[in-house]
Design a protein around this ligand. Structure first.
Ligand code: AMP
Length: 396
């Protein structure tokens, strides 16, 4: 990675302002999944080991109305949870824009930790307002961005603030960029990408970028249907994006043999787990009223053959409606294939969001080389875009 990290900079006696991604799910004031908090711990511990004067953390949480505080999205429960995980007190500042919060930070004991309230409670955050960034900048002499999941957004707490003091990457940010960027720039070949999920339109740029870089792109999920329709096939009641048909045709023409579509599918007579199902070859028409909800066993075997030769695999998007048990088999089978490949030394990288959830659901999360913590950010990297939160950090 060509950006400086916390390893490259002296933090002793400094006040360190850290942008983390503590955007955790909270129900009735309780955190239901603390993965994002634990993912930040290596960075926070490494910073604390460097004996800083104080560490001030900021993050967004959920989607409160822009600039309007909403107790439902308060970071207070996160500060409490972090205190348990770090085994030390963690203070909480209710209003990050107030003078009182700065005084609170300044009166922390040496090596003390303070969490600021949700950055999206303040007008200007999502507009990258430099004035708000100045308010955040009062809390530190060094800025560390460890919020990979927010790095694709130019917000005051991710981008503007990074211009106001020396700004470096945290360890999670470094790891994410190392895996995702290396996979794209200099992959061990053969490099195979697997793309699924609902829509072609969300992932056009990803497909284009991967067609240029990967040796094969395997397609699954709802997006395969749009390709089938673009080939003039009948897809019954399957999810198809009529508006993306021309794009799909264009991609098929450009791809040559690189783009691989499912050969069979599990079809259902309704969009529900207990619908009647059949497995059909996709050279046949899908009967009227039926819809494709998963890839079939022959496709899994075809994809296994291709994946068995791969040295690098990147996966984004489920192969079917994995939230329903009866249509999760294709996704689970691909997850298992990747887990087996990882154990043989293949580099397996899972984009964030639904694919990460699917791997977790399959109980294989610790069997992959890397699971990204950022859905949107990893997609933008796969598209070949520069992330504004990363661009603003100090070059090596
Ligand atoms: P995305 O956010 O684009 O990765 O899409 C993920 C969603 O696509 C999941 O909620 C899946 O249930 C859905 N999905 C995957 N395959 C299909 C399919 N064949 N038909 C309808 N939805 C699907």
């Amino acid at each position: 990675m060509n950006k400086q990290t916390i390893r490259d900079i002296d933090l002793k006696g400094k006040r360190v302002l850290v942008r983390v991604d503590f955007n955790v799910p909270i129900e009735n004031g309780k955190i239901t999944d603390d993965t994002r908090i634990t993912a930040a711990l290596p960075t926070l511990k490494a910073i604390l080991d460097k004996r800083p004067r104080a560490v001030v953390l900021m993050s967004h949480l959920g989607r409160p109305k822009d600039g309007v505080p909403d107790p439902k999205f308060s970071l207070r429960p996160v500060a409490d949870e972090l205190s348990k995980l770090l085994g030390k007190p963690v203070a909480f500042a209710e209003d990050a824009t107030s003078e009182a919060a700065v005084q609170q930070a300044n009166s922390l004991p040496d090596g003390g930790v303070l969490v600021l309230e949700n950055t999206r409670f303040y007008p200007g955050e999502t507009k990258n307002d430099p004035e708000l960034a100045k308010k955040f900048a009062r809390f530190g002499e060094v800025f560390v961005n460890d919020a990979f999941g927010s790095a694709h957004r130019a917000h005051s707490s991710t981008e503007a603030v990074a211009h106001l003091m020396p700004a470096v990457a945290g360890l999670l940010m470094e790891k994410e960029l190392d895996y995702l960027a290396t996979a794209l720039e200099n992959p061990k070949r053969p490099f195979v990408a697997i793309l699924g999920g609902a829509k072609v339109s969300d992932k056009i740029k990803v497909i284009e970028s991967l067609l240029a870089k990967a040796d094969k792109v395997l397609i699954g999920g709802g997006m395969a249907n749009t390709f089938f329709r673009a080939q003039g096939r009948k897809t019954g009641a399957s999810l198809v994006e009529e508006t993306a048909l021309d794009t799909a045709k264009g991609l098929l023409a450009k791809a040559g043999g690189k783009l691989v579509l499912p050969v069979d599918g599990v079809i259902a007579d309704a969009f529900k787990n207990d619908a009647s199902t059949k497995t059909i070859s996709l050279s046949e028409d899908v009967p009227e009223g039926w819809q494709i909800l998963d890839i079939g066993p022959k496709t899994v075997e075809e994809y296994r053959k291709i994946l068995n030769d791969a040295k690098t695999v990147v996966w984004n998007g489920p192969m079917g409606v994995f939230e329903m048990e009866n249509f999760a088999k294709g996704t689970n089978a691909i997850a298992q294939i990747l887990a087996d490949l990882t154990s043989k030394g293949v580099i397996t990288i899972i984009g964030g969001g639904d694919s990460a959830a699917a791997v977790q659901q399959a109980g294989l999360a610790d069997k992959m080389t890397h699971i990204s913590t950022g859905g949107g950010a990893s997609l933008e990297l796969l598209e070949g875009q520069v992330l504004p939160g990363v661009a603003a950090l100090k070059d090596r």
